[in-house]
Design a binder for this molecule. Structure first.
Ligand code: PMP
Length: 381
């Protein structure tokens, strides 16, 4: 295992006045503080709830929360019962558990390139050989990890046709799909596209027959510190994952699950709308700032949701050097794209990820302006 570039950098950032375009932390202004406080009051004023909240809870998860998530998944086109849901400590734990279940050393794991760094680090622990999704051969692949909506790090979204093609590949080859639904609710414009899990349920008639495991999270719509995520999939696989959960940490905190359930029952729609409104504005101003300040030859993605924009510099410009200089000399953090490449696959050197989630539009514009000026300087030297 190696230290995550992003986590290491966050320690450094805490120390200075920096314009944060690097890490993709949610904006703390959008957390539902009053709703969490009201949920807490309701738990402590009811002795039965209070006892449950401080007790060990079932490894599968708090029953009423599993039921709520099963209804939610059914509502987004993937008909589920509680037996199809395992609560995890954030969706990060779900990614780890699925890899623990399916991967042994030198097994093949297919991933999008570039991919979410946290997923790659989780998979690395099981020592797979990586294959890229685009044009990759699925023979012998245990699972394909895909983030279909506004993926981290590129902000791009899989079209319906690409989703159907991936499901065809899974059906033909026998590989599983690990779908990361982290950003699904953070859509700012364009039409929603059904998840791989929902499309697979429609194809196969029942969730019990699908090759897809879906990881979901409340980190982006409610708050990450509660550490509540879930895995949805066929009951037979969920039962195996429950054994992994038991062996790993017994259960996710009952208190956090109960707080979260109370908050989503009353406020999920409001919280999601608040988050989308805030991030939509920040995305728009970041895109405007890029258009205004980036020199010719620089390209970037235009995400319909999520938290990230992926910037492609001219081929000969080294983004690692640029992001190091941006931080040291101009007080701007951004993450060089090389961090998001799987082990053993050569990285493009000229890309970087910018996040518009953490700071308001004005300082973010200044940050982009400084990056643009630095890119111009490096191109002309
Ligand atoms: N998947 C993706 C694509 C992410 O970007 C993140 C965190 N930023 C996660 C999963 C993990 O989130 P959590 O464990 O908080 O649910």
């Amino acid at each position: 295992m190696v230290a995550s570039d992003i986590r290491e950098r966050m320690k450094l950032l805490a120390a200075k006045e920096i314009i944060h375009l690097g890490g993709g932390l949610p904006d703390p202004d959008i957390f539902p503080y009053a709703a969490v406080a009201a949920a807490s009051d309701r738990i402590w004023s009811n002795p039965t709830l209070a006892r449950t909240a401080l007790q060990y809870s079932p490894s599968e998860g708090h029953g009423p929360l599993r039921a709520w998530i099963a209804d939610y998944m059914t509502g987004i086109g993937a008909p589920c019962g509680v037996e199809n849901i395992l609560i995890t400590s954030g969706s990060q734990q779900g990614l780890d558990f699925v890899a623990k279940l399916l991967l042994s050393p030198v097994d093949r794991a297919m991933v999008e390139i570039p991919s979410f760094i946290g997923a790659l680090r989780a998979f690395d622990a099981y020592e797979p050989n990586y294959v890229g999704l685009a044009g990759g051969d699925p023979t012998g692949v245990k699972f394909c990890y895909a983030g279909p909506d506004f993926r981290n790090p590129t902000g791009t979204t899989m079209s319906l046709a690409e989703r159907e093609d991936l499901l065809d590949m899974a059906d033909a080859s026998g590989m599983a799909i690990l779908e990361d639904g982290c950003y699904e609710r953070l859509r700012y414009d364009g039409q929603p596209i059904q998840s791989l899990l929902a499309l697979a349920c429609a194809r196969h008639g029942s969730i019990e027959d699908v090759p897809v495991l879906y990881t979901g999270t409340f980190s982006k719509t409610i708050a990450p510190s509660l550490r509540i995520g879930w895995i949805a999939g066929p009951a037979a696989v969920i039962r195996k994952l429950v054994l992994i959960k038991q062996a790993s940490d017994l259960a996710t905190s009952a208190l956090n699950q109960m707080l979260l359930l109370d908050v989503v029952q009353h406020h999920l729609a409001d919280s999601t709308a608040t988050a989308c409104a805030a991030y939509r504005g920040r995305r728009d101003s970041m895109l405007e700032a890029l258009a205004e300040h980036m020199p010719a030859g620089v390209r970037w993605t235009r995400p319909e949701g999520g938290l990230y924009v992926w910037v492609e510099l001219p081929k000969h410009l080294d983004a690692t050097r640029l992001t190091q200089r941006a931080l040291a000399e101009h007080g701007v953090s951004a993450i060089a794209g090389a961090a998001f490449y799987p082990r053993g696959i050569p990285a493009e050197r000229n890309t970087m990820r910018l996040s518009f989630s953490m700071i308001p539009s004005e300082p973010a514009r200044q940050g982009v302006a400084r990056l643009g000026a630095l890119a111009s300087e490096m191109l002309s030297s």
